[in-house]
Write a protein that binds this ligand. Structure first.
Ligand SMILES: [Zn+2]
Length: 271
């Protein structure tokens, strides 16, 4: 029998934030395994105190997520777990967002401190519209969904939209970790590395979400570079979108955040 605690209390320095349990979490468990406990029943309080120098930012982020409906409330546990893994994340400002043009096919976006409005690293994550936007991304970016399941060590059929959203969210946090670890937030190093990786994609410098957003442009590119793309086994728009997604996730600057996301998400679901 799985025991579910009524509330998980996260203590942040002298702040106490009550993480109200989300009743919906228990309706649907991510996997049929008995070894996994429901995601709402997490108590991660003790360790966060050690690393916390930015209680105000963390408290504000938790409040914003709490106010952002089912998705935001669900992601709170993953935020705390990621913070426990990487204290560098304590300065990140989380911005719950709508699935606008930019986020529709991605779910989330990390913005470096030298580019963001707040002057801190920002994480924009889709929380409006419930789970629907994530269901749509899983449907339109099948390669991403399959790879996510693979990285979590589960079957693709076991990946539901909640787990997928959690992975997207922690992946974006992983970008911030990566920027600080790999590039010391050095803007030129970060940009040059990214540019050289993006140049190797089937359509150089396009995000996979842009291939989905601009089908017409992508199809034009395909017909202009038919022979070259055929050598990579790409003959149709669908194959192009899939290949772009796969190649994108293989880029080191994307793979490292994926590894971070897998580590954090697995830790929570296997607890
Ligand atoms: Zn990414």
């Amino acid at each position: 029998m799985i025991k579910i605690s009524k509330h998980a209390i996260v203590m942040i320095s002298n702040l106490k934030i009550k993480m109200t349990e989300n009743p919906n979490i228990h309706e649907q468990q991510p996997f049929p395994s008995e070894n996994l406990r429901p995601l709402g029943a997490l108590s991660l309080g003790a360790e966060i105190e050690k690393s916390n120098n930015e209680p105000a930012v963390i408290a504000e982020n938790l409040k914003r997520l709490e106010r952002s409906g089912e998705v935001g409330q669900f992601l709170k546990n993953f935020y705390v777990a990621a913070l426990n893994e990487e204290p560098i994340l304590e300065k990140v400002v989380i911005v719950p967002s709508r699935a606008d043009k930019r986020l529709k096919n991605a779910g989330g976006r990390a913005i470096p401190p030298d580019v963001s409005k707040s002057g801190q690293a920002e994480l924009h994550i889709v929380t409006s519209g419930g789970w629907k936007p994530y269901k749509q991304i899983m449907a339109s970016r099948k390669a991403t969904a399959t790879m996510t399941a693979e990285k979590l060590g589960i079957e693709p059929a076991q990946l539901d939209e909640k787990l997928f959203a959690a992975f997207v969210f922690v992946h974006e946090l992983g970008h911030v970790v990566d920027w600080s670890q790999q590039f010391g937030y050095n803007r030129n190093n970060r940009r040059n590395t990214r540019l050289s990786e993006m140049a190797m994609l089937p359509i150089p410098h396009w995000l996979p979400s842009e291939v989905l957003k601009s089908k017409r442009e992508a199809t034009k590119y395909l017909s202009r570079h038919k022979d070259h793309l055929a050598t990579k086994g790409i003959h149709s728009y669908e194959e192009l979108a899939q290949a772009q997604d796969l190649a994108y996730h293989s880029m080191p600057t994307e793979n490292r955040p994926d590894i971070f996301a897998a580590r954090v998400v697995k830790k929570l679901i296997e607890q």
